[in-house]
Structures are given as structure tokens and as C-alpha cells.
Design a protein around this ligand. Sequence first.
Ligand SMILES: Nc1ncnc2c1ncn2[C@@H]1O[C@H](COP(=O)(O)OP(=O)(O)OP(=O)(O)O)[C@@H](O)[C@H]1O
Length: 733
Amino acid sequence: MTASDEQESAPLLEAAPAHSRPRKSSYSTLPCDRQRCTKACTHGSLSDPGYGAADTVHNLKRDFLINGCGAGGGGGGGSGDGTPPRADSPRLGMRPDRLVYSWCDMNAFVTGEERGQRWWRRLRPGRAAEARDAENGAGRPAHPVKHILKGVNGTAYPGELLAIMGASGAGKTTLLNALMFRSPSNVSVSGQRAVNGFPVTSNALTALSAYVQQDDLFIGTLTVKEHLTFQALVRMDRNIPYEQRMRRVQEVITELALTKCQHTIIGVPGRIKGISGGEMKRLSFASEVLTDPPLMFCDEPTSGLDSFMAQNVVLVLKNMALKGKTVVCTIHQPSSEVFALFDKILLMAEGRVAYLGTPEGACNFFKEMGASCPSNYNPADFFIQLLAVVPTREEACKQTIELVCDAFQRSEEGLRLAAEVENVADTQVKAVMAGGLWGENPWQTADASCSPYKASWIAQFRAVFWRSWLSVLKEPILIRVRMLQTLMVSLMIGIIYFGQELNQDGVMNINGALFIFLTNMTFQNVFAVISVFCSELPVFMREHFNGMYRTDIYFICKTMAEIPIFIAIPVLFTSISYYLVGFNPSVDRFFVATAIVMLVANVATSFGYLISCVSTSVTMALSIGPPVVIPFLLFGGFFLNTGSVPEYFTWLSYLSWFRYGNEALLINQWSGIDHIDCMDSNSTCPRNGQVILETLSFSENDFTMDICSLFGLIAGFRFLAFLALLVRTLRSD
Ligand SMILES: Nc1ncnc2c1ncn2[C@@H]1O[C@H](COP(=O)(O)OP(=O)(O)OP(=O)(O)O)[C@@H](O)[C@H]1O
């Protein structure tokens, strides 16, 4: 590119002094090469003036080894005077308070592959080596579609509020997700992430940090206070007493101006009216601030808030920073007042770093490049506009961005930063090589044994069960709508099939009505589970990845809390319609029929869980649900005689709850019936119950087997659903 090209493509920079004029280079030729980055990043860039130099390194590392990874809360394992912890001390029992988080050479690619596909490709014989080689080369996946983070480096210090800024699509959220190990499954990330100079993994980071994500996800039937109480129960350190947790909940409610709506239902947009959008934003923020984490990440914490509330939220972040926390947030167009609260800013453009340093330094940097921020102009707006890609001038804007990013790497500030990082890294590498106190990485040694969960298994169980129970009670789809639905359908069936008699016509109608019982119980439950459980899954996923509770606990609690509903509905249904239709009048047969319908309802529920857990969205679950249920329905013995099932489908018929339910209900109905009125001498008229069962290829001897099979399917489908959920919640390190 010639000088004139540069001027044309970057009009804002035309006045830049010759010495600071950037030279064109690509991210792959960064001065900080891969090896150096690894060293610098993983061994720390602890050059913060407030912490500065070797003493700081020593102190932070000492805190680390004393306090370790924060699964617990109270006592640390060390003496606190810098001596290493005793061998028997709970070294990992308390989290350190001051953390330097650094990241180096972060690259992110959209792969066009979901996580499952990627695993499959790696597992395929002959492809594993190819995939590994490809992914090891500069972290570039084998089939990248788009490069969205390009060699991003940075450091966030305790006591500082670092704001990541940039135009829409610059890569802010992608960077934050990558820093938190929360990238979507179709995004492949590489790079080093380190806490106080030690490489950190997902579990360890989860235990130390909080992450306010851009979209607000809640169980909408809870009130604001119930939600925060639940958060306090599972997120605060395990040895904090209940009263103290509740005091903290109240504090946060006041701090974030949620007092007015603390007893209001959160709501589900478009379904249940609840608190306002701004209140929701503040609530998600409150949920994270509750635990007072040493490391805090917020993605657009102010979006949707008015300027006063936005400032309030940033003030809370600033106060956290002032207390020695490390706070990183992305922010879109902050007001001048909000901008003035930032200690450091990281400007991003097209997935690269355009500037990292103090806000004043940014003004000077751009001034030196010939693009000074006009007085009376919000510097944040100025930087974002300067680094935005305008649709009509795409090429020119991209060239400008490249020039700015290259210039930052070569600028005094950029070089000083790199040099400082390398100096500290060298000091630490020497210490590590000397086998000194800091020769061990607490994050790697901690990670295997370090749980990301703050609460014990029992405490998690109690809290999650409490919330699941509350949400079942308050979920209109589960209780009110389904009760009404059951009442209406059972009455309708009762009226349509009213008063059947034991004659030739009655046999057909009774068999039909029994099959309708099964069909209704199946579809009603499968869809109820899909619409409630499936739509709650994103909340579960986020909370699980936030280190709040385990997958098994969620699944067990959810299942247990819903059991009463899935018992009450079949009982109500059978009680209304059984005698209206005129089934076998013996009372014990009524109870057996109710129990069978109940079992079928629960198999359908388990199947609904399975469909929900293998689907990526409610829409997908609703689309795959009916087609998958149909084959099972066909093998029920009503539309196709059980004896006529093609051999190659026999295995599938063994999974059909319709088959077991239908056979059990028919045996319950017809066994012991010795006489059926036949109006004429028609040979197709069954003379007794035994003949009916034989005609359908059912046998009274199979009754116990049918009941056991229904129990087996309840357990089997539920176990598969749990496994599917478990696979979805595997953490990627
Ligand atoms: N999972 C994904 N699949 C495909 N493209 C993605 C994915 N995540 C991010 N991108 C793309 O990467 C680029 C950066 O996205 P990102 O969400 O990080 O931007 P941002 O700076 O946070 O924008 P905004 O301020 O609008 O939220 C965008 O072009 C976006 O379309």
C-alpha cells in the first residue's frame, strides 16, 4: 500500500505524524509471537503500578497458594505470612481476593460445526490426527468459516474497571465468552488464559468469577426475591450462615433499586407479564454481584437501561473495583459520565485490539495518529465511530482499522506493555525454574480436585428442589392449564363414549376408549414436558456453567418436583371418565386402570425429557416429538395387530409404551368377563373377554411383564435423557 492509498483509505489519520504512522501488517506478524505470548501470559503480566514489580508477584502468588481455588469460603490453609501451607491444610479452601487475569493470542473461529460434530470428526479413524494437526496450527480449526478474534492480548488488574469497547460486531462478546470458556459450540477458541500468571481452566475460573451475560435468563414464575434467595443459597460460600445470606440479598436489592419489585413475578416475555426490561437487567446483575466475586465479567450490563440506571450499574462495578476486585465489562456507547468511571479501556475492531490502556492514553494515542477527539465530544462515541465499519465504505474502514491496530502494537504504549509483560514473565520463569515457592501451578493442580460449585451436594439439592417445587406450583402450564385440559378431555371422552354395554358394539367402543386414554396421556405429557422443561434448559445450562449446581441434582430435583403433577393428572382423568364410559365396574379394576394410565403418563413424561434433552431448542423438540411418537403408537396393538408387526420392527415394538399399556388395560378390562352379548350368530362377535384378548394377540400371562416393562421404560428413557443432558453440560477446558 502506498502512502497515498493510506491517506485515501484512512482520512481520519491523514494528519498523523510520520514517526507514528503505522506500517501495514497482519495479526499473524504480531511482535508478540506465539512462544513469547505463552510465556508472558501464563507466567503473568503483573506490571500494574498499584501492584507493581516482584513484590506484587510474590504477594499474589502467596495469596494463591494460601487460599487456592475458591470452592469453599472460610479458612485458608496457609499461615498468611508468606510461608507455604502445611501439607494437611485445606489449601484450596478459600478463594484469593486479588486476581490479575491475562489472556494472550486469543483466536476464535466460527467452524460451522456443532460440538457433537466436532467430536465425531475427531473420533473417526484416520481423521483424528488430521483434526489434531489442523487445530494445533495456530489454533485454527480444520474447517474454519470465519476468523472472529485475531490474536487478542490483554490483562485486567485488581482494583481496576476495564471496559471493552468497540462497534457492533467488533468481537467484544466473543472475547468475553472466550475469556470465560463459554464460547458457543460452533466457535473454536485458542489462546492462553492465566490468573496471576498461572494457566487457568474452566472449573477454576468458574469458582473465582461471575459473568453477567447479555441476555437475561430466569425462571419467570419466581419473584425477584425468590430468585435472589435461590442464588444466595447456591452461590455464596458454603460456610456463610443463612441469615447473612439473606442480609446480602436485601443489600443487593437496595443497591440495585429492586425494592419496589422484590415481590413481583419476574415474568416470561410474551407469556407471563412481570418486571420491566430494565429491572430484569438489574436483576441479572444483582444475581452476579451477590457473591462479591474477586473477578467479574459483564457483557453489556447497561443495555436497555436509562442513563441514570446505567450509571448506577457502572458505579456498582466501579465500587467493586475500588474494593480490589478485577472487573471487565463490554459496553456499547457509554455516556461521558460512565466513560469517566473506567480505569482502562480495551478498544476492539474487527476482532483485533486497537488500544488497551487508560482513557487519557487513548485520547493521546489517537491524537498522535492525527485523529484527536474534538472537545465537548464524548470520547467513547469518537473511538467507536472511528473504529466502525461503515457499510458504504467497508474497504476503507477496514484499512483504517488495520492501520490503527498495527500502530498500537508499535506505539510507545503498546511496546511498553509488551516489554513489561515480558520482564515480569522472565522473573517468574526464573523463580519457577529455580524450583522456588512458586514452582507449582495451583490452578492446574487444583483443577482436578477443585469443584466449581460453592454449595455442598446436599445444599445444592435442597435449594434446587425448593426452586423446582416453587416453579412447578407457580407454572400455569403445568398446573392450571393441564388440570383444565384434563377436565375437559376426560369429560368429552366420558360423554362421547357414555354408558357402553358388554355387547358387540360395546367391545369396539371400549377398546377404542382405552386406546384414547393412552394417546391422550402420551401427547398431553410429552408436549407439557417439552414446553416447560425444554424452555427452562437454557436457564439450567447457564446456571450450571456459572458453577451453581450439578447436572444430576437439577435432573433429580426437577423429576421429583414434578412427580405429584404426573400422578394427579392421570388420577383426575381416569376418575372422571372411567365410570362414565362404563368400563369394568369392579373397584379394584378401576384402581388398576388408574395405575396403568399413571405409568403410561410417566413413560410419556420420561420420553418428553429425552426429546427435550437431545433437542437444541423448543421448536426442534416440538418438531421431532410427534413423528417419533407415531411408530410407538402404531405398535400399540390398536391400529396394527401385535402379531402382525414386521420382524425387522419387533425391537421397536418392545419400546412401545402403547403396546404394554394397551395390553395391560385390555387384560384389566376383559379378564374374567365370561359373556358378551352377541346380537346375531355372526362368527366375528367375541363371546367372552378371553376371545377379545386372543384376537388382539394379547395374553393374560403377560400382565406382570407389561407393568414391569412400563417401569423399565420410565427408568430407561429418563436415564437416557439424563445422559443426553450430561453430554450437553460437559465443560470445555
Ligand atoms: N456463534 C457464532 N456464529 C457465527 N458468527 C458469530 C458467532 N459469534 C459471533 N459471530 C460473529 O462474530 C462477530 C463478532 O460478534 P460479537 O457478538 O462478538 O460482536 P460484539 O462486538 O459483541 O457485537 P455487539 O456489540 O453487537 O453485541 C460478528 O460478526 C458475529 O456475527
